[in-house]
Design a binder for this molecule. Structure first.
Ligand code: EPZ
Length: 471
């Protein structure tokens, strides 16, 4: 008996050491820091050899824009939140670091599961230098206000495609009774006697961030809050489901009217984040551009309806199953017009990717950006590869060309980065993509997943003066 136990224990020790080792290796790979000839490197570039059609299976990770709202929302919970299917992306890592620097206990269970305990978090100690690096730090306004009755955060950072105001966030917090002031790059908010009061908020513009921020803050306000003209994206519903699994009372998420009945306290619990609609759409666009056939697993086909409809219009075949889709493109691509809109319209976060595919579709296509002022910076990169596109304000007119040619390009922002990668996959010759840190903000293991589908991408790095000096 003892022998057996001993043997069992020996196996257990061996297994857990091996598991720990694999986590460390994957962590180092993930940090993309390589040590070579005594220097320490950071990943800077992708080298893509284009022309391979994509075949095989890819698994979609958790939704970035759900995760970056759910992680800050854990601040509202006094207890342990076990969050599963968190994507391994730098924006999520950054938010987990911010919470832990505020005193939260963050325990990594595995590469996509964490336990966050914000019971002993205090408002002081918020790392403002990290907050200003990402757009989603604005959720800390609602979370800190809802938890502490006051908040001090930086103005948010994030991808730069035109003005990205937060006036609707401020409108919402003010409606809940808070006094909000923006001064010197910081946002200060204070609720009278530390308590928010439910109210009706009519958003002047459909805003994902403002909808979710108000939902977070209102979940512990006194009384009922109604958000009219609310955003309806899948990640809005995911946040509402997360809050409700922690004891909140949010109703109507996914429609343009959301009602939140404030509760005293939110308790711990377990929640699994939905699959990423935009990551799935990005792989659909990739195979549309390169040709081939891929199976995209762990998706919610309903969330892809608008993307699938447009790709079918362009000659791409899509078979839908309960939790995966099969996407194939064998023939020529057909031109199409695209207008981006809030959900359930065609998502703005797929605009750069679909425009890249349209560069290869016979005929003239017109893309109209309906959400952001200036989301065409990547077009100048595509033109270096032979794309023929004219941009006028929010409209891009695309003349299809027979092929693109590899060139040195840069990722201007997260989805622009995905677009130039797709261009490199289908271009003749070699494409070098710089500034890939933008891409790593929102895509888990994009290179590994694409190479598993037959792409030929190598991550290269350059000496990082600072860390090399340290080494
Ligand atoms: C979220 O940004 C996403 N980011 C963006 O995804 C996405 O493009 C956008 O929603 C639209 O779907 C995150 O979730 C972290 P908005 P957000 O508030 O919340 C105007 C990606 O690639 N507006 O819905 O900043 C705004 O200028 C990123 O994953 C105001 O006028 O977007 C825009 O025109 C990029 N006042 C429109 O509303 C405000 O207070 C939609 O913005 C807020 C927004």
């Amino acid at each position: 008996m003892i022998d057996t136990d001993f043997a069992f224990m020996g196996d257990y020790v061996l297994f857990s050491f091996g598991y720990y080792l694999s986590l460390r290796v994957s962590y180092i790979m993930r940090c993309a820091i390589f040590s070579r000839h005594g220097k320490v490197y950071h990943l800077d570039k992708y080298i893509i050899r284009g022309g391979n059609p994509l075949f095989g299976e890819v698994e979609i990770s958790g939704a970035k824009n759900a995760a970056v709202a759910i992680i800050p929302a854990a601040l509202m919970v006094e207890g342990v939140c076990r969050i599963e299917n968190i994507p391994q992306i730098s924006d999520a890592d950054m938010l987990l670091t911010i919470l832990s620097e505020m005193g939260a206990k963050v325990r990594t269970i595995n590469k996509n599961t964490v336990e966050i305990d914000c019971t002993s978090v205090c408002r002081e100690g918020a790392p403002y230098d990290l907050m200003r690096k990402i757009r989603a730090s604005y959720y800390l306004i609602g979370a800190m206000l809802g938890r502490f009755g006051s908040a001090k955060t930086t103005m948010p950072g994030g991808c730069n495609f035109g003005v990205r105001p937060i006036d609707q966030h401020i409108k919402g917090m003010t409606a809940l009774g808070a006094h909000v002031e923006v001064k010197g790059g910081f946002v200060y908010a204070e609720a009278p006697n530390g308590v928010l009061t439910g109210n009706k908020v009519y958003l002047d513009k459909v805003s994902v961030g403002a909808t979710m921020n108000i939902m977070i803050a209102a979940s512990k306000a006194q009384g009922k809050t109604t958000i009219e003209n609310a955003a309806r994206e899948p990640h809005i519903v995911d946040l509402a489901n997360f809050l409700n699994s922690m004891g909140a009372d949010v109703r109507g998420a996914g429609t343009d009217t959301i009602k939140i009945y404030g509760v005293e306290k939110l308790h711990g619990g377990t929640y699994t984040i939905i699959p990423d609609q935009i990551e799935a759409g990005t792989y659909m666009a990739a195979v549309a551009a390169t040709g081939g056939e891929i199976t995209i697993k762990n998706v919610i086909p309903k969330h892809l309806d608008c993307i699938s409809a447009k790709l079918r219009e362009m000659g791409v075949e899509i078979d839908e199953y309960p939790d995966y889709v099969v996407v194939r493109r064998m023939g020529k691509l057909t031109r199409a017009n695209v207008k981006t809109q809030p959900y359930p319209g065609f998502p703005t976060d797929m605009q750069p990717q679909i425009s890249t595919v349209l560069c290869l579709a016979e005929g003239t296509s017109v893309v109209t950006e309906g959400v952001w002022d200036n989301r065409y910076k990547y077009i100048s990169e595509l033109k270096k590869m032979g794309a023929e596109v004219q941009v006028d304000g929010k409209t891009a007119v695309i003349e299809g060309v027979p092929f693109l040619t590899g060139a040195p390009v840069a990722a201007c922002d997260l989805r622009a980065g995905a677009a130039v990668v797709i261009a490199g996959l289908c271009a003749k010759g070699e494409t070098v993509v710089e500034d890939v840190s933008y891409i790593e903000r929102g895509y888990q293991d994009l290179v590994g997943k694409l190479n598993n589908l037959g792409a030929d991408i190598v991550c290269v790095s350059e000496p990082d003066e600072y860390t090399s000096a340290v080494v």
